[in-house]
Design a protein around this ligand. Structure first.
Ligand code: GLC
Length: 567
């Protein structure tokens, strides 16, 4: 690893694309931001142990500033036995020694801020690690004790208490209850090593307010809230049946586990703490449910302000489906006064280029389970569509959340060997589902260095040979590369942004989407033939480049490309 030069971080002047003059002073910066998600263990390894770390992130901040992002969101870097990639937290107010120290975290924040990049951290309030001191205390304490009360312990059912307390299911497969050997069971909506906290307890509530203050005091600009919709549960005796996961949620707040009305009280209390700071700290909730009008309630101004809208991520590639999700999301979001969000990829789903490159209707779980061999992926189609979707996402009002590596057009690693898989999903589903490791493979920085420049050690997940083609170094300065498209798009977005609402315009072909914000237009073609468009072309996703598609009055929009223009 050669790039660990803090001095290079400390003296930013210009990036060549934008002048860095500190951070945007607007306290509402997060309403219209480009946020880059870092999965710390897979981003950059500064100390050569094969696991990405804070030092590594710090060394790559100039790259992120150059990409033009407004903020980074760091997935958990807290002490964790890694039963769920760090979403099993032992201490919310510390750094995992394998990833760094609190001092290094402070340095990272200072460097990021000097480069005009804000920092968002992940908070995981639904559960802790089973090695959390509270949980160890609960295991050592008798039923009915205060220590057990911080979690959800219940007696087993059936004649000898050998059955779980209810039919609740874990997201990662199997029952959501685990026996502890004394007749009691504890609830875990995720892995067995992630016991759910009991948010009816004041001590739990207070502790998370302390955590928010701890990081906000260290200069953190905002928080991403994990499983934000699950904190409040109906735990009255007898427990109500809920055999399905939140994917079949009743849409009226009546589910015993998810999206209950009481959860909003929690976020109102968080907002008060976040507003103690100047500028107020932002927050974005993760509620992984079918997007519905209730989803947006979390983004009300007196709550989190933002919530992830995964409907674009879940939409099939197609003009009608894309237009539908954009229209609905904007209307519903604006109705509650929150700021829109857009996501195409994250650490929880197969990368979007791969999704777009597979034939419609491909069962992704089955495809992954077969190491990606059953159905061939069309890499050309994948790249074309991913590039076009990027220009659409970045033209929309609100914040775009990018996932590390998507700017490289990275594909899912579908053929990770079974004995290297780490996601608990693999074991908990009896190997039926491969899990999410394929989008968490350490990313390629340089084509010809060890571990593609990720670090000097053996990466914790193996990288495929083809990563060389996607390495940042391979794409740097190449006008038709994904990286340069992202850089140009993010830089232009900064100057083109308009307060105007989205207007849809009709094209001759319903397979071409056309939207405008003021004089800034975006067209996306889902059609299979060329279209001529009038206007001053600013940027195209077409690999041919602007000069090759320009015409006397405008430009040619080829199939599965998108363009920005002024009119
Ligand atoms: C969220 C995270 C996911 C994690 C789960 C449990 O959905 O994004 O990675 O496994 O919560 O914490």
């Amino acid at each position: 690893m050669t790039a660990l030069l803090p001095s290079a971080v400390a003296a930013p002047a210009t990036t060549g694309r934008r002048t860095v003059s500190g951070m945007d002073p607007d306290p509402g910066w997060w309403r219209d931001a480009v946020v880059y998600q870092i999965y710390p263990r897979s981003f950059a390894d500064g100390d050569g142990d094969g696991i990405g770390d804070l030092l590594g992130i710090r060394s790559r901040l100039p790259y992120l500033a150059d990409l033009g992002v407004d903020a980074v969101w760091l997935s958990p870097f807290y002490p964790s036995p890694l039963a769920d990639g760090g979403y099993d937290v032992v201490d919310h107010r510390d750094v995992d020694p394998r990833l760094g120290t609190l001092d290094e975290f402070d340095d990272l924040v200072a460097d990021a801020h000097a480069l005009g990049v804000r920092v968002i951290v992940d908070v995981v309030p639904n559960h802790t690690s089973d090695r959390h001191p509270w949980f160890l205390e609960a295991l050592a304490s008798p039923r009915g004790s205060r220590a057990r009360g911080r979690y959800v312990f219940r007696d087993g059912t059936g004649p000898d208490g050998a059955q779980p307390p209810s039919d609740w299911r874990s997201h990662f497969g199997g029952s959501a209850w685990q026996p502890v050997g004394d007749g009691q069971w504890y609830l875990h909506l995720f892995a067995r090593e992630q016991p759910d906290l009991n948010w009816d307890q004041d001590e739990v509530r207070e502790d998370f307010l302390t955590t928010l203050r701890f990081w906000a005091d260290r200069g953190v600009d905002g928080f991403r809230v994990d499983v934000a919709h699950a904190l409040a549960k109906d735990l009255r005796h007898p427990l109500r049946s809920q055999p399905h996961l939140d994917t079949r949620l009743p849409l009226d707040g009546s589910d015993p586990l998810y999206d209950r009305e009481e959860v909003h009280e929690i976020y109102r209390s968080w907002r008060q703490v976040l507003d103690e700071y100047d500028p107020p700290r932002m927050a974005v909730g993760e509620t992984w449910t079918p997007t519905n009008p209730r989803t947006y309630l979390y983004s009300r101004p007196d709550e989190l302000g933002q919530v992830f809208d995964f409907s674009l991520l879940k939409a099939q590639w197609g003009a009608a489906s894309f237009r539908d999700v954009v229209t609905r999301s904007l209307a519903e979001q604006l109705a509650v006064g929150g700021a829109p969000t857009w996501v195409l990829s994250s650490h929880d789903v197969p990368r979007h280029a791969t999704r777009y490159g597979l034939p419609p209707g491909t069962d992704l779980d089955a495809w992954l389970a077969g190491d990606g061999r059953a159905v061939p992926l069309d890499a050309e189609v994948a790249a074309r569509r991913a590039r076009a979707a990027t220009l659409l996402m970045l033209a929309l009002p609100g914040s775009a959340y990018l996932y590390q590596g998507e700017e490289l057009g990275l594909l899912e690693v579908a053929d990770l060997p079974a004995d290297r898989l780490q996601d608990p999903v693999y074991e908990r589903t009896g190997h039926a589902l491969k899990g999410r490791d394929g989008c968490r493979v350490p990313i390629p920085w340089t084509a010809h260095e060890r571990a593609f420049g990720f670090g000097d050690g053996e990466p914790w997940l193996p990288q495929p040979e083809w990563f060389a083609d996607f390495a940042a170094s391979t794409q740097e300065g190449r006008a038709d590369s994904s990286l340069e498209l992202y850089r140009r798009a993010i830089a232009q977005r900064r100057t083109l942004r308009r307060p105007d609402p989205v207007r849809w315009l009709d094209q001759v072909d319903p397979e071409v989407l056309h939207l405008a914000r003021g004089d800034w237009h975006c067209v996306v073609s889902f059609a299979d033939r060329d279209h001529e468009v009038d206007g001053e072309l600013l940027l195209t996703s077409d690999r041919a480049g602007e000069q090759d598609v320009r015409t006397a009055d405008g430009f040619v929009l080829r199939p599965e490309t998108a363009a920005w223009f002024r009119r």
